[in-house]
Write a protein that binds this ligand. Structure first.
Ligand code: AMP
Ligand code: GLY
Length: 315
């Protein structure tokens, strides 16, 4: 098989190296790729979010599989576009990618299907959000932009002033662009965080080994959240008992919920979890392999990666 991988980070490089271990793989292309990736794949300078350009490249290369790795092209419907052009593509549809692309969508999904997560309210008005936080008067409080924000769209406010300035920078100054037209205000949870990447064909779910990424910038964790700066696997906080609870209370219910909403999720679904004193809760979903978690999880995969991808696409 020849495979086209879309993306350009360490995650995509790890994906390509895993694909290369398969005896079924002949040639790997990557767009746009990077200098390191060019040692393992033939790179083409097409932007990951350029759907038209990427479909034109696919027509030129005729890959047997297109692997869409980053969140932005998934949220824009890259998989739907590739399928419409007759290509086999790995990744969720635009509709299923909403589980990451809209926090309002994912929080409402969890509420509707009783999946444990932090209590929350959603707002489209800055003044209503501020009034709610003032009346609730519980700090810290967590404020999240609705849309994609490179993993930085979450602000933990320690008091009312910080909360007000967070709301105004997200909703009025639009520091995360259109991502901040709606916000989620949610309860601050504490406990160790666990990342679980899982394979799912929309009906069954098969978790990979656990991992943990490190998010805050600067020494002593004093900086703002990043998308992730370092990672380890397995996660020392993820016991067999917690794993079973996650399967029963979170993983399977989420897969069933997406199917029930008419948006079955096919691909890699990332569960960002916090192990609270009341049990595991969902902090976020990602509609893709995590970065940098993939770099420590995929090298541990023993099954042929291409066989898994085929099983997912063919359900
Ligand atoms: P997210 O992008 O939703 O994963 O949030 C980024 C990071 O913000 C998480 O990994 C947590 O460290 C922190 N965070 C998000 N939501 C909460 C919450 N409700 N309580 C405490 N920390 C949170
Ligand atoms: N490391 C978390 C993410 O991929 O967004």
């Amino acid at each position: 098989m020849n495979i086209l991988v879309i993306g350009s980070g360490g995650r995509e490089h790890a994906i390509i190296r895993s694909l290369k271990k398969s005896a079924r793989v002949d040639k790997i292309y990557c767009a746009p790729g990077n200098g390191g990736i060019s040692m393992d794949a033939e790179c083409y300078p097409v932007s990951a979010t350029d759907i038209e350009g990427m479909c034109a490249l696919a027509k030129k290369l005729s890959p047997d599989l297109v692997f869409v790795a980053p969140d932005d092209p998934l949220a824009l419907g890259m998989v739907d576009a590739m399928e419409a052009n007759g290509f086999r593509a790995f990744g969720p549809s635009k509709s299923a990618a909403r589980i990451e692309a809209s926090k309002v969508f994912s929080k409402n999904l969890m509420k509707k299907y009783d999946i444990p997560t932090a209590e929350y309210e959603t707002f489209t008005s800055a003044s209503e959000a501020a009034a709610y936080i003032e009346s609730k008067n519980e700090f810290p409080i967590v404020i999240k932009a609705d849309g994609l924000a490179l993993g930085k769209g979450v602000i933990i406010a320690q008091d009312l002033d910080e909360a007000k300035s967070a709301i105004s920078s997200i909703m009025e100054d639009k520091i995360f662009g259109q991502s901040g037209s709606s916000i989620v205000v949610e309860q601050f949870l504490t406990g160790p965080e666990v990342s679980v990447l899982s394979f799912t064909d929309g009906k069954t779910v098969c978790p990979m080994v656990s991992s943990m990424d490190h998010k805050p910038a600067y020494d002593g964790n004093k900086g703002p959240n990043t998308g992730g700066m370092g990672t380890i696997s397995p996660n020392p906080h993820y016991s067999d008992e917690i794993a079973q609870r996650c399967m029963d209370e979170i993983f399977l219910p989420t897969i069933k919920a997406m199917a029930a909403e008419g948006a079955p999720f096919k691909g890699c679904l990332y569960f960002g979890l916090m192990i609270t004193k009341d049990g595991p809760k969902v902090i976020e979903y990602n509609c893709r392999f995590g970065d940098p978690e993939t770099q420590v999880v995929l090298p541990r995969l023993k099954t042929d990666f291409v066989d898994i991808i085929d099983a997912i696409i063919d359900e």
